[in-house]
Ligand binder design. Structure first.
Ligand code: CO
Length: 211
């Protein structure tokens, strides 16, 4: 059997599983979505958002890209973010990185990867900002892990620096921003950072909103 056919067969089993539990599962699901969470994660195939969080269809609004980046010129990410915050009114945004991230590893090399250089450049910036701390960590494994964590933290701040998040914080005291890192070796999520509507953003990034 060709490998892709396995996916279509598994889909039939998925439908049957859902219908066995709730005969109206798909009809109810098709009506509307009201997810409480926006997930911004890495595209890495080993970090499936729904599976590692035990969530069902309808619970997570998802955006994934290489190394879970929040880049203010990325209309794809920004459109997902605005829709999640303004229309779906999510309560939580989770940025989830993972130890052993190939995007982070390549960004800290000197490899010329063509177009991907432009994307990974943002991660080189994270390294430069935290260079002193990172170069002070003697154990190379610990240094890589810390770099992955700092990459997640920097993306949280970039979310807090958007007008969408600032406006929702001011008007509705949501969403809360969470920075997590998934451990490929254990399957556990590390809950590391949290920014809330009470977090002070550096003044230069603040926007004015009408009352
Ligand atoms: Co990755």
């Amino acid at each position: 059997m060709e490998s892709y056919k396995k996916l279509l067969l598994a889909n039939k089993a998925f439908v049957q599983d859902k219908l066995d539990v709730r005969p109206d599962f798909f009809e109810r699901m098709a009506d509307t979505q009201k997810p409480e969470f926006l997930w911004i994660g890495c595209s890495d195939s080993r970090v499936p958002a729904e599976e590692v969080t035990g969530t069902e269809p309808g619970e997570l609004f998802v955006h994934r890209n290489i190394a879970n980046q929040v880049i203010h010129t990325d209309f794809n990410m920004l459109s997902v973010l605005q829709y999640a915050v303004d229309v779906l009114k999510v309560k939580h945004i989770i940025v989830c990185g993972h130890y052993g991230c190939g995007g982070v590893t390549n960004a800290l090399s000197h490899k010329n990867l063509g177009l991907i250089n432009k994307w990974l450049r943002n991660i080189k910036d994270v390294y430069r900002i935290h260079q002193r701390e990172l170069e002070g960590i003697a154990d190379s494994n610990q240094r890589w892990r810390r770099m992955v964590e700092l990459n997640v933290e920097e993306q949280l701040w970039k979310l807090a620096e958007t007008s969408f998040v600032q406006q929702a914080w001011k008007r509705e005291q949501r969403p809360t921003l969470h920075g997590w890192v998934y451990d490929l070796h254990t399957g556990y999520l590390n809950d590391l950072f949290m920014l809330t509507w009470q977090t002070e953003v550096n003044d230069i990034y603040k926007f004015d909103f009408e009352a």
